[in-house]
Design a protein around this ligand. Sequence first.
Ligand code: AMP
Ligand code: GLY
Length: 432
Amino acid sequence: MTKPNSLNVLVVGGGGREHTLVQACLASPLRNKVIAAPGNAGIAGIAPCFPVAADDVDGMVKLAGDQAIDLVIVGPEVPLSLGLADALRERNVLVYGPGRAAARLEASKIFTKDLLRKYGLPTARSATFTEPEPALAYLNERDTYPVVIKADGLAAGKGVLIARDAGEAEDAVRSCLERKDFGESGCSILIEDHLSGDEASLHLMVSGRDFVVLPTSQDHKRAGDNDTGPNTGGMGAYSPAELLDSILLEKVGQVIARPAVEAIASEGLDFRGTLYIGLMLTADGPQILEFNVRFGDPETQVILPRMRTDPLRLMRDCAAGELADTEIEEKPEAALCVVLAAGGYPDTHPKGDTITLPEGVPENCHIFHAGTALGARGQLVTSGGRVLGVTALASTLTEAARSAYSLCEEIRFDGMHYRRDIGKRQLSQQTN
Ligand code: AMP
Ligand code: GLY
């Protein structure tokens, strides 16, 4: 496939991840024009945005044609699972993001579990059910808790329940298989052994059997400090994650990343995009918790700013199937991102509150927009749960945290809340 050197790029999505992707594309010598759909108010400040919803496959294909797009970078998982990448490739547009078949690696936990088992990749033992009675009988036979109940399909991060006892497990089974609380996504479930250890994730850029490992990062999924409160899409992140030191990273590369990429290719799945591997670092070695088929949000807000290698070049080469023998270079600086969320997030939250931003942003900082829009008078307002991501880069993580948090204090909107302990765990380990 040809690799154009002056690319018209379309970034699909409208979160903090996509703002970061647009910014990285604009910084690349390979770009001609960069547009986004649907984008957000922050993206609109740096690139033209078009009002096409991320899951509107036909609309997105038409936009790519109308705008003479060479490369489409797909941010979220839903358009991938709807076949956006396939529809674009049929029209000879380069796409960074897998087609529908490979997107099942995120869209179906049972599909992935079967693949992991077939290729002997390390993952928790599990059983699959579609009817409540056999699932409850299986639970009756076990006496070890907690146990993990997972809805098969996409459930916006809410489809995994860690049941502490038989009562909670039964309720989770009935919620999915009887009450259909997760609709289609929960019509099949996995009941999985609970794993203990530290969680880590790894982002790979994959093109067939070739891949590069991106800078390591750590997300903070719970809403509250000290990992309390409900799960969210992610309240902050930092990079590098020292938990994955060079020895462990080498091991994860050998026993997880390389065999996973080989397994996916051996299944005939055409994977050109980000493979995000969720890991549990157990006493028996690293185990795979899940695959995502796209960049993490807010992990992207710390990974891309730390890359010295041009991310757009890598994404173009992945999309063209020409990633072989690529090395990537990271910046030595640490990066830390704090997510500023709307009041009530991750539950219902208001929209339309005016956002006040500082006049200028220090050179080492970025304010990435997520749920923002322009109000009737052209003022910046909230329009989603995660509103902004404040990223800082510095020579140490301590300095990055200081810079990011001092910028957060200059930002205002009603109900704004954020975690005060992003990176704290790693920082406390460094000073001990
Ligand atoms: P997943 O979407 O499968 O990554 O699950 C979401 C979260 O549930 C993970 O980030 C873990 O915190 C937790 N989790 C999933 N599977 C397990 C497991 N087998 N043992 C312990 N925790 C798990
Ligand atoms: N931050 C977690 C995710 O993007 O899935």
